[in-house]
Ligand binder design. Sequence first.
Ligand code: 5GP
Length: 173
Amino acid sequence: MKIGRTLVSAEEIDAKLEEMGAAITRDYEGKDLLLVGILKGAFVVMADLARHIALPLEFDFMAVSSYGASTKSSGVVRILKDLDEEIDGRHVLIIEDIIDTGLTLQYLMKNLKVRNPASLKLAALLIKEGVERPPLDVAYEGFHIGPEFVIGYGLDFDGKYRNLPYVAVVDEV
Ligand code: 5GP
């Protein structure tokens, strides 16, 4: 595998996260906000986005995996690590790296909604176009990209390349 062309540069990501952070800061002014990152991929966007949010945030994480082939979501989600804290009455914002089929988030939103948060919203850096998916209300979104498989900025290929500071396509060799 080779790292292909850059799809979203580090500078473009930072500018977008600044915009998203400003909107989140405005919307949650005066409220306690809990960011929930979906591991592993979201740890990079969570760290950088959070530093553009001027509120006293709290953080929690969930780790999930979908059964089946590694590069395609099966829609059957297994919770590998649940939240540490109860979210009853809390304002919760889920942070996701990328939305492909949307099946992971559809499951997670349903799973978290029944825990009675005061509010439950979704932020995602990348959204794939040309993919059929269930309706998902993404309150804060970054970039719309094509349906190709991407790496970097939290996204892996076979467990690697999450630390690339930009998003790139994969060149098969
Ligand atoms: P969904 O349930 O929306 O199909 O899948 C979401 C998860 O699949 C993401 O959180 C991510 O872990 C993985 N995923 C989806 N598309 C890509 C991609 O292009 N590259 C990488 N590395 N992971 C992806």
